[in-house]
Design a protein around this ligand. Structure first.
Ligand SMILES: N[C@@H](CCC(=O)N[C@@H](CS)C(=O)NCC(=O)O)C(=O)O
Length: 185
């Protein structure tokens, strides 16, 4: 299997964490990719997006990272949607300040994206004490979202206002699959 890869992408990380957890990581060849909102990388095609790829890998690996039980499955899919929503807002805020020419930047836009992240973190904080030692697509997606905030938004200091999520990530972030996929610029 070939994966269009960027060491800085939290969505690519989610796919690789799932592959590690399923024992499929060594079957994935990483192809360099430069996803960019303006300088479009036309070579990126095939199976997308990360939500579809992790579903495909879970089936291929006969895994239970996506529960078979209907209500557990819905819970995990809602958690992935929340975590990916935080990531979508973070990536938009990142592009606003890393790609858009300074004169064209719109501070209220960035503030709006950061507020979405803050709302997502508040929801995570209310749920995380119920996670126990779960490792599934829901907790993997949250782990990748928090890892991305550390990587690109250290100043956001999410731990200060979310002690339960901080304690949980101290444990979850230490998993081999998370350590093996830590983002880099
Ligand atoms: N919904 C997609 C989001 C992927 C995404 O936005 N990736 C970023 C890089 S981290 C990207 O492609 N940026 C280029 C662009 O936004 O055109 C997924 O879950 O895979």
């Amino acid at each position: 299997m070939k994966l269009f890869y960027s060491a800085a992408s939290p969505y690519v990380r989610k796919v690789l964490v799932v592959a590690h957890e399923l024992g499929l990581a060594d079957r994935i060849e990483r192809l360099p990719a430069n996803a960019h909102p303006v300088n479009r990388d036309r070579t990126i095609v095939a199976l997308y997006d990360s939500r579809v790829i992790v579903d495909y890998l879970n089936a291929l690996g006969r895994g239970d990272l996506i529960p078979h039980d209907a209500s557990a499955r819905v819970r995990v899919m809602v958690e992935q949607a929340l975590a990916d929503g935080m990531l979508d807002a973070a990536v938009l805020a990142r592009y606003e300040n890393a790609v858009r020419p300074e004169a064209l930047r719109w501070k209220e836009w960035t503030d709006g994206q950061l507020d979405k992240i803050a709302c997502g973190l508040a929801e995570l904080e209310s749920r995380v004490t119920g996670f126990g030692e779960r490792c599934d697509l829901g907790t993997i997606a949250f782990g990748c979202a928090l890892g991305y905030l550390d990587f690109r938004f250290a100043a956001f200091a999410w731990r200060d206002r979310h002690p339960n999520a901080a304690a949980w990530f101290e444990w979850f972030g230490g998993r081999d699959s998370m350590v093996a996929t830590r983002p880099s610029a």
